[in-house]
Design a protein around this ligand. Structure first.
Ligand SMILES: [Zn+2]
Length: 172
């Protein structure tokens, strides 16, 4: 029985082009099913986000802009940010222990949500999301988006659940 669903952000909840950062509120465009799905899901599960935002470390965007995006998202699904925690790794590669594909922020998020890792699912669109979940032994669900990268690598992995819309999570 799963108690928590943790989401990647870019490419999973909002539209994303590989290697093009989401820097402004205007660029933060949710996929169409996100609002209703997260609102429904949050009634029976804890939900949160674990995201890499190297663009902060690179100085391309500041925290206040990132917070503004997250405030917008929490308002869209009518949840207070305290009930919808978001962990952001702002660091550059190889400078921290929280940037995916490392799994530290998934462990942290499970703790924040007060659930066990084994009671949590991580939902993401990229191979590094999968690796982060695997590192900490969290179940992973791959959301296949047009922007998904390296999805062919999943062909080599068994037991990967692939979904094409987040709405499918409501059947968990
Ligand atoms: Zn980090």
């Amino acid at each position: 029985m799963f108690k928590a669903v943790i989401f990647d952000r870019d490419g999973t909840l909002n539209k994303f082009t590989q290697n093009r950062y989401v820097l402004t509120l205007e660029e933060f465009q949710l996929f169409s099913e996100v609002k209703s799905t997260l609102a429904s899901l949050s009634k029976t599960k804890r939900i949160g986000i674990v995201t890499n935002q190297r663009c902060i470390g690179l100085g391309l965007v500041d925290w206040s802009s990132v917070y503004a995006m997250h405030r917008l998202l929490s308002e869209e699904i009518e949840l207070e940010l305290k009930d919808f925690p978001i962990l952001v790794c702002p660091h550059l590669e190889n400078s921290c222990n929280c940037r995916k594909p490392k799994g530290a922020n998934l462990i942290r998020m499970a703790r924040i949500l007060d659930v066990k890792v084994s009671e949590s699912i991580y939902v993401g669109d990229s191979y590094s999301d999968f690796l982060a979940a695997r590192e900490v032994g969290m179940r992973f669900i791959h959301i296949e988006r047009i922007s998904s990268n390296l999805s062919y690598e999943f062909d080599f992995e068994k037991n990967i659940c692939i979904i094409y819309s987040l709405e499918e999570l409501l059947r968990l």
